[in-house]
Write a protein that binds this ligand. Sequence first.
Ligand SMILES: [Fe+2]
Ligand SMILES: [Fe+2]
Length: 292
Amino acid sequence: MRISVFADLHYPVSLKDPKELDSKPWREADVLALAGDMVNNFNPDRLAAVLDYFSSFPGEKLFIAGNHEIWTTEGNPEEIYRKELKLLADTYGFHYLDESPRILGNVGFVGNMGWYDYSLALKSFPLQDDLILLEEDNPEDQDGFRETNKRWEDLGPEDYRKKRMGWKENGKTLLTVWNDRAYVKWPYRDEEFMARCLSKIKEDLDAVSKKAEKIVVINHHAPFAGLLREPQILAKAFERAYLGSRQLGELYLRYPKIKLCISGHIHHENELMAGPLKMVSVNKMSLYQTEI
Ligand SMILES: [Fe+2]
Ligand SMILES: [Fe+2]
């Protein structure tokens, strides 16, 4: 069974026109999976344009949400995740994997967007001597920061929950923001939403394990720390907290039928093995193809 996967097309910011993908051999497969961030923010017409482009694929089409699919300033990210994405997937003949798994022959497909719980946060990162970390005083105030004597090692869930970090370097105040802060506003703490994704995926794995001989798992967020790059700059070091969750990978290693784990979100390609399990991160805008 041949599988084609795209992740992180970020239409229309990165991908300007779906026709740009015409030259890639994505049609030469039995299964096509779109692993999240097809659009840059939730916009039904734009997502429809991407799904419509792929809709003539004659094999099985799987759709997995990314964090950018639920980016919204006026809408409700949870409604979008549970209902609107499912509706759009149905309309264009995609199976919405976030809602339910799919079995094709002897291969089960399980997956969902996943999220983050700061378990991939970088434990240590060397800071220049003159660098001072800043603490947010007031989340509503763009400039509301004060100096702290925290070191990198002191950063914890309370800091990562803010999704914004300031620091002073050579007397200049600098800032980095993880934009889910502004575009995914819902009542969940990140750890809580991650726990929901995890228990849903466990439920789906248990159901599929009984029927399939091999399992392919597809998430948007990264399930394994090994897929990530070592950050060279502070902003990238901070982002590590939002790239995925170790809990996903730890769960997968308990299911010997899982042969392949595919994820997106980190925007670069990587592949590693843990015994017979192949873990793949799909590069932004690139086609990934494999056999199972
Ligand atoms: Fe992305
Ligand atoms: Fe993403």
